[in-house]
Design a protein. Structure first.
Length: 327
């Protein structure tokens, strides 16, 4: 796995560098300069609604319905921020999200179970979002060769996601339990013993079918709402597209990112996807790379407060553990 991640990173960096050089660094820089700081601000602000929706979805698949929804939105910020800047593992963000919940008083088993189920619903909703994107492309141009490739990818993804769901119920997560237990014990995390109840916790969450499917719906709405930032970015860059065109591009860009999950932060993959898919709707490579880089800037802009929040959560937990309990 380490070799795959390293090779993926090298290949991604090489692809990104090649795309920038081939498109002309000055031309890409000019395209970004057209939008300037207002474009970055708009992309960042318009990403927040989708993040809140993801927090709502996560709240649905947790054992803590009484906890404030804002807690899950904040934990989602930590999760996304860590996934952007600490992408040493494909699940770095998810691990950070679990840790954030543990710092807020969740048991390890409940935190891990909620993330597993939430990620599953997010993947399933992404498949639905990709189907929407393929349908929009078919409506635009039924003969486009990318439609068959995308449809084949969806045909593979659907059974893969449902297979992942079945695996969660079939007792095959014992390895995850053992690994998590060792990690929790090594780090002296609170509630480490609760890790052994992961599988039971996951089963318990899936029994709440209405909440699980509400999480799916909220994630699908988050994917759709997330397209607003790309639409606004393109508008500021002087190359506006119709909403349905942006939805088609975004749905397939994120589908490609998911397929090549082993590439840290999808370096190069995201850029190449925007260039390839943007060309279908008349976007030049400079503009496609510009919108991708604006999104990279948004990731960094939100990662800073996310990492600060995570640090505060860890500091608060450490202080609580060091403070002697009153007699």
């Amino acid at each position: 796995m380490k070799n795959a991640i390293f090779l993926g990173l090298v290949a991604g960096l090489a692809l990104a560098a090649g795309l920038l050089i081939n498109s002309g660094l000055a031309d890409v820089g000019h395209a970004i300069a057209v939008g300037g700081w207002p474009a970055l601000l708009a992309v960042t602000v318009l990403h927040l609604p989708s993040m809140v929706l993801c927090g709502l979805a996560w709240h649905q698949v947790s054992f803590a319905a009484g906890n404030p929804i804002g807690l899950f939105a904040a934990a989602r910020l930590v999760r996304d921020g860590a996934g952007s800047v600490i992408a040493v593992l494909p699940i770095s963000g998810e691990l950070a999200g679990m840790r954030a919940l543990v710092c807020c008083g969740f048991t390890a088993s409940d935190a891990i179970a909620s993330v597993v189920v939430d990620v599953t619903m997010e993947l399933l909703s992404q498949v639905a979002f990709s189907i929407i994107g393929v349908a929009l492309l078919y409506w635009q141009n039924p003969q486009d060769p990318i439609i068959k490739t995308a449809a084949l990818g969806i045909a593979v993804a659907v059974p893969a996601v449902f297979g992942f769901m079945k695996m969660q119920r079939s007792g095959l997560l014992s390895g995850l339990e053992q690994l998590s237990f060792k990690l929790a014990e090594a780090q002296q995390w609170p509630a480490a013993r609760g890790v052994s109840r992961i599988e039971a916790a996951i089963h318990g969450l899936y029994l709440r079918r209405r909440r699980v499917w509400r999480a799916f719906t909220l994630h699908l709405l988050a994917w759709i709402a997330g397209a607003a930032e790309a639409w606004a970015g393109l508008w500021f860059l002087g190359h506006p597209l119709a909403v349905w065109q942006v939805l088609a591009i975004e749905s397939l860009v994120y589908a490609i990112r998911t397929v090549v999950f082993f590439v840290p932060a999808a370096v190069g993959v995201q850029e190449g996807s925007y260039v390839m898919l943007g060309a279908i709707f008349g976007l030049g490579p400079q503009v496609a790379l510009a919108i991708s880089l604006l999104k990279r800037g948004r990731e960094l802009a939100l990662a800073v407060p996310a990492m600060l929040m995570w640090h505060l959560l860890e500091s608060r937990l450490m202080l609580r553990r060091r403070t002697p309990s009153p007699d």
